[in-house]
Design a protein around this ligand. Structure first.
Ligand code: KG4
Ligand code: ZN
Length: 349
């Protein structure tokens, strides 16, 4: 089954062609993130305008790259929420037009579910004959992106239940905001990772920053038994620390501490969810899952309990069309073309 995946929920116009939910035939991403850099965050109007400019050329490029002709597509899939309404409308209405023009079925995909299904995409580096690992259910899914930090229990492809999420800022949002305060540009996540690595390399065999002197940033919500997160206090603590230290800010150390604290909170809640739901696997998705320290720390903690853990290949951690086509294959949630509407506040059901 060949599906064209359309992703336009935020500042990426991303189109991919995927066969049977796993094999990526093409994957093209046009990002307007550089245009938002000078504002230190996404400007919705600018993002929407860029979506209009990029969507047709990006679709054309993805189709050409895939070598698939229009009559051979089995369906068009589109992320219809959550996201910015202006950006969403461009992808949703374009996907509807294509479905009508080509007379193909239309599949609506929840962007958050898409992030988790990036883990079902076949590893490109693997030899063709290598057997794909089968992600076993029940699985705990963690979406860590710029807009969301959510934990779900996946009993099967058809039963995904929300079990907890951030009560305020998302993990990526805090990285972006602290990145802006520190003058590291947008998006903050990759810049903070680079700075944190500089600090880490200065200290060989560092285990945990709690062993360092003078740390003031707390791990949020660890004493709480719910599966919820809260990161806005952490952001304030870092902002205060920066203000307090005035010109004498150790940027790489602050970045390292911030990452550690956010990741410790994610690990604690994910591991508790694994225990409670008897999970056999953990799947992580969303832009923050591209972070190498998170990958290492989370893998060590989850595998210690004999549970399998999966991260997407890095190009499928951040927003992309392949994850939308992959999720559509496993959830053939067909929509009547004229009825599908962009839904900025779509969530896990
Ligand atoms: O999933 P995504 O592309 O878009 C949303 O759905 O929000 O995630 C974007 C977020 C941004 O907050 C960005 O700073 C963060 O992912 N991010 C990272 C890394 N790469 C992107 N955070 C930490 N480390 C990274 N390497
Ligand atoms: Zn996303």
């Amino acid at each position: 089954m060949i599906i064209l995946g359309v992703e336009s929920t935020c500042d990426e116009t991303a189109i991919a062609v995927v066969e049977d939910g796993r094999k990526v035939l093409s994957n093209v991403v046009a990002s307007s993130s550089a245009m938002h850099e000078k504002y230190g965050g996404i400007v919705p109007e600018v993002a929407a305008r860029e979506q209009i400019r990029c969507i047709i050329p990006t679709i054309a490029e993805a189709i050409l790259d895939s070598g698939v002709v229009s009559r051979d597509f089995d369906a068009i899939a589109v992320a219809y929420g959550p996201g910015l309404i202006g950006s969403l409308l461009i992808g949703v209405e374009t996907a509807k037009s294509l479905a009508l023009a080509w007379d193909k079925p239309l599949i609506g995909v929840n962007h958050l579910v898409g992030h988790l299904y990036a883990n079902w995409i076949r590893q490109e580096s693997k030899s063709r004959r290598a057997k794909e690992p089968e992600i076993k259910f029940p699985a705990i899914g963690l979406v860590v992106s710029g807009g969301h930090t959510d934990l779900v229990c996946m009993e099967s492809h058809d039963k995904i239940t929300f079990i907890g999420g951030t009560l305020d800022d998302a993990a990526g949002e805090v990285l972006d905001k602290v990145g802006r305060i520190l003058g590291l540009g947008y998006p903050g996540g990759p810049a903070i990772e680079r700075e944190a690595n500089k600090f880490q390399y200065q200290i060989p065999n560092i285990q945990c920053h709690a062993t360092l002197k003078g740390l003031t940033i707390p791990v949020p919500m660890v004493g709480n038994t719910s599966f919820n997160f809260s990161f806005s206090g952490l952001k304030t603590a870092v902002a205060n620390k920066i203000q307090f230290e005035k010109g004498d800010v150790d940027v790489s150390r602050i970045c390292y501490e911030l990452q550690e604290r956010i990741f410790q909170s994610l690990i604690k809640k994910t591991n508790s969810a694994v225990q409670k739901y008897g999970a056999k696997s953990v799947v992580i998705g969303g832009g923050v899952s591209a972070n190498e320290s998170l990958r290492n720390m989370m893998s060590a903690a989850v595998q210690e309990n004999g549970v399998d853990i999966y991260f997407p290949q890095k190009q499928y951690s951040t927003d992309n069309g392949a994850m939308i086509a992959a999720a559509a294959f496993f959830h053939q949630n067909y929509k009547e073309v004229t009825k599908l509407q962009a839904d900025p506040s779509l969530y896990f059901s």
